[in-house]
Design a protein around this ligand. Structure first.
Ligand SMILES: Cc1cc2nc3c(=O)[nH]c(=O)nc-3n(C[C@H](O)[C@H](O)[C@H](O)COP(=O)(O)O)c2cc1C
Length: 197
């Protein structure tokens, strides 16, 4: 019989996991970030293209580079978080396809597509990988605080200048203060969001 995740695991990843805005002063070991990535990398992407690229912003100097890119409401919590992951996407993801999808010339499927299409494909797949990453972070005991309230062009200039990587979203990482989360908002029920046809 196939194994399934027990109730405790389901709570850890989904039911009891919250978006955090207040961080406990507990450092995050680099090994934990590696552990989270090493789980997240196994999530599926189109043609195994893996467009996600992550910069983990930890140092005071790097945090100060991030500060002017943030919407006002995201500044204090991001400055206080032990780590902020800048989740980016390589819009020239096809360059890695000879390694990632060696059974076919997959690079040829994508390399001449117009830039907006490449960006669309990279956005879809890096967003999936970003979600895999957040669940992986929870699986290794970290809390997440994802954010899209920032200036993408400024983040790209600060962290991805001279590359084919563009920012997708940010995610604060650390140990959240469980006493300082908002009341949980509802989700759509199965009947509201799904159809069986
Ligand atoms: C892609 C994304 C972007 C978000 N952007 C922001 C943001 O800029 N600022 C913020 O305070 N919260 C942001 N959030 C947090 C959401 O409001 C929060 O995850 C959602 O309300 C669910 O909260 P819960 O996980 O505690 O149930 C973002 C979440 C996601 C997934």
């Amino acid at each position: 019989m196939a194994k399934v995740l027990d109730e405790e695991g389901r709570d850890l990843l989904y039911r009891k996991a919250r978006t955090h805005n207040v961080w406990l002063p507990r450092a995050v070991d680099d090994a934990l970030l590696r552990e989270a990535y090493d789980l997240a990398k196994w999530g599926p992407t189109s043609a195994n293209m893996c467009p996600l690229r992550i910069v983990f912003v930890k140092s005071r100097e790097a945090k100060e580079k991030l500060r002017p890119c943030l919407d006002a409401g995201n500044v204090d919590k991001t400055m206080a978080a032990p780590v902020t992951a800048v989740l980016g996407m390589d819009v020239h993801f096809y360059e890695k396809l000879p390694k990632l999808f060696p059974q076919a010339d997959a690079k040829a499927w994508f390399k001449d597509l117009p830039a907006p299409i490449l960006e669309y494909i990279a956005l879809r797949n890096s967003s999936l990988q970003g979600a895999y990453f957040m669940l992986a972070a929870r699986a290794v005991g970290l809390d997440c605080g994802p954010m899209s309230g920032f200036d993408n062009a400024k983040v790209d200039a600060a962290f991805f200048a001279g590359t084919s990587v563009k920012s997708n979203f940010l995610c604060n990482l650390g140990h959240g203060d469980p006493a300082k989360v908002y009341p949980r908002n509802p989700r759509l029920e199965f009947e509201e969001a799904c159809k069986l046809v």
